[in-house]
Design a protein around this ligand. Structure first.
Ligand code: GUN
Length: 291
């Protein structure tokens, strides 16, 4: 059993990006900038956005966090996005999800300039991804693909089973690994809670769990030698921890890990990769906008 060390890979990527930023600075150029918009006070969202801004700072990117009140109007939020669409210091814009109920998420995503859509959530980015055009790939799926690549895990012709069909992970990773391209070309099945999940997960060479249910995948649901990519970040009560909770994945690690060839831990697997790929997309946006 081999543990896929996402923390290490993410740190390598950040170091690579830092070198590139230092060169921009020594050449007297502008640095890549990321505007992160956070609406309301969801504690997990606050943690994510702060980590994203901190990661920018560490490699020399400019960043700003726009903290907006949970009862902001949709129009005022769109105006804020338009401000960053037009602002030359910020090349990437992200609106942390989920948004409060009174705001139409898709209207908000539609208002982000496609050229600054570093989350890859805009319908134009999604369409380009599906047909295999060059575009911003959503950060978590891009992180998964990068981990499989850096660990030389063969995926061509392999059966990848994705559990979960979200717009952020399930749908895009299925589309990315299906492409007739390098680091893809897999046979992909997407399954979800409306059917017999175990019937499909048993057939997986590579299992990607992105359902948001703590410890959902058990040993009897997978085959010997499977590669496990656990996307879950679930808070569960833990009275032994000072915080009162701990973070677990969608895969029951203790139960499943004896059967696997590779597995991503939680924390320290896919999570850190999401931020590394966001930085990479921000650099990409910068390069496209400034060249
Ligand atoms: N909420 C959960 N994951 C993400 C993400 O990758 N980007 C944004 N903007 N919101 C999220």
């Amino acid at each position: 059993m081999k543990i896929i060390d996402g923390k290490k890979v993410a740190s390598d990527i950040r170091a690579e990006l830092k070198v590139i930023t230092e060169k921009l600075i020594s050449d007297g150029k502008k640095v890549p900038g990321l505007a992160a918009i956070l609406v309301g006070d969801n504690p997990a969202s606050q943690v994510y956005v702060n980590s994203k801004a901190k990661a920018c700072g560490e490699i020399g990117f400019k960043s700003v966090i726009e903290k907006l009140d949970s009862n902001i109007s949709q129009t005022a939020l769109i105006d804020k996005i338009k401000f960053y669409n037009e602002n030359d210091d910020y090349h990437g814009i992200l609106v942390q999800l989920p948004l409060p109920k009174h705001i139409d998420e898709s209207e908000i995503i539609n208002s982000i300039s496609v050229n600054k859509d570093v989350d890859g959530f805009h319908p134009v980015s999604v369409g380009n991804l599906v047909i295999g055009n060059k575009t911003f790939a959503p950060c978590t799926p891009a992180g998964i693909q990068e981990l499989l690549k850096r660990y030389s895990i063969e995926i061509k012709g392999k059966h990848v089973v994705v559990v979960g069909r979200s717009n952020i992970v399930g749908k895009p990773i299925a589309n990315m690994l299906l492409q007739k391209k390098e680091n893809a070309n897999s046979i992909v099945t997407v399954c979800h809670s409306a059917g017999d999940v175990k019937k499909f997960t048993k057939q997986a060479d590579i299992l990607i769990a992105a359902i948001g249910v703590p410890n959902f995948i058990k040993a009897d649901m997978v085959s010997e030698g499977v590669v496990i990519i656990d996307v879950g970040i679930n808070r569960i009560e833990d009275s032994s921890s000072a915080k009162g909770y701990k973070i677990v994945g969608d895969v029951d690690y203790e139960d499943v890990s004896p059967k696997v060839s590779f597995i991503t831990p939680v924390p320290g697997g896919v999570g850190p990769m999401t931020i590394a790929m966001l930085l990479k997309n921000t650099l990409l946006a910068y390069q496209k906008l400034t060249n």
